[in-house]
Design a protein around this ligand. Sequence first.
Ligand code: NAD
Ligand code: ZN
Length: 357
Amino acid sequence: MASDNLTAVLYDVNDIRLEQRPVPEPADDEVLLEMSCVGICGSDIHYWVHGRCADFILKAPMVMGHEASGTVAKIGKKVKHLKPGDRVAVEPGVPCRYCAHCKQGRYNLCADIIFCATPPCHGNLARYYTHAADFCFKIPDQVTLEEAALLEPLSVGVHACRRAGVTLGSNVLITGAGPIGLVTLLTAKSFGAGKVVITDVIDHRLGVAKQLGADYTVRIDPKASEKQTAAEIIDLLGDRPDITIDCTGFEGTIRLAIEATASGGVVTIVGMGSNEVTVPLCAAAAREIDIRGVFRYANDYPTALAMVTSGKVDVKKIITHHFTIEDTVKAFETAKSGVGNPIKIMIHCDNSGNAKK
Ligand code: NAD
Ligand code: ZN
């Protein structure tokens, strides 16, 4: 067994260190993974820049990374469905399995979930990492390890579309064309949505959205009122959207969502912004608009994997940059600066030298 376990550890704000850690041993129900790809998520940048993300605060050094894939190197005694050499997507949150939420299948709401790179839990941006075997999904030959890592954000899109009730013919407005808005767009289209409109303030991202199948893109004019922007969207669609999925978390876009959505429709909030926002709640209630939250995903990995396996969804188009684990700090700096229009940045952990720069 190799002894090189280079690991990316966040010690403090602006302080990521690459250090050697022992190669861990899998417990009976775990697998040891030789990590392959780990994508950078907005929350990783939050911890690096601010030392916190929402109510989670970095109090001790934490291994980064949660959008990951790898190859099974060793299995625990009780593991039956995986063997060394299997390539897997890693679902990063392992719940308690015993509480009411877990038993009801809404394990994303489990208070005791251990979620990679959410303090105080370590992530998997390392050469080797152990994970609960039942939260590792074997990928077929035609799915790449890059795509497997992207099942993490894609599962957020799947969960959002399920929560929103996107189905054949739904007209959907998505606010925000970041990685999450884009995977939500891909999912909505693959769930059979009719027309999808997506908004952003960055032309490049809207261009990518168009390539990924958005029917209409709207560049938000910060000076326009929500009513004006809603009117523009309704004009494009020929009707109000049945469903709006907010993928920014900003007050303005949530207000726009309520303004634009059809009476009896659904506004789903994926974006995580301020805890308190001012929105026309009574107006939404009077039009029977359901407002629903989204927190990560539960039982959505298999669907995300099926979408990619079938070739129906080309999620890898959101990858714009590649780095090796040795260049983790450069990767984070690129994500923060926005130079070169990064959307999804992929870090390659294997030292086989196959990271494409
Ligand atoms: P991101 O910051 O890359 O994307 C947000 C996009 O919104 C950017 O492209 C930005 O230009 C755009 N934007 C800014 N102002 C806008 C406006 N007024 N109108 C339209 N677009 C606007 O982030 P991301 O990684 O795509 O994540 C999106 C949001 O989803 C974040 O708030 C993130 O915290 C949240 N998130 C939530 C979950 C969950 O489980 N609920 C999971 C992952 C991410
Ligand atoms: Zn639980």
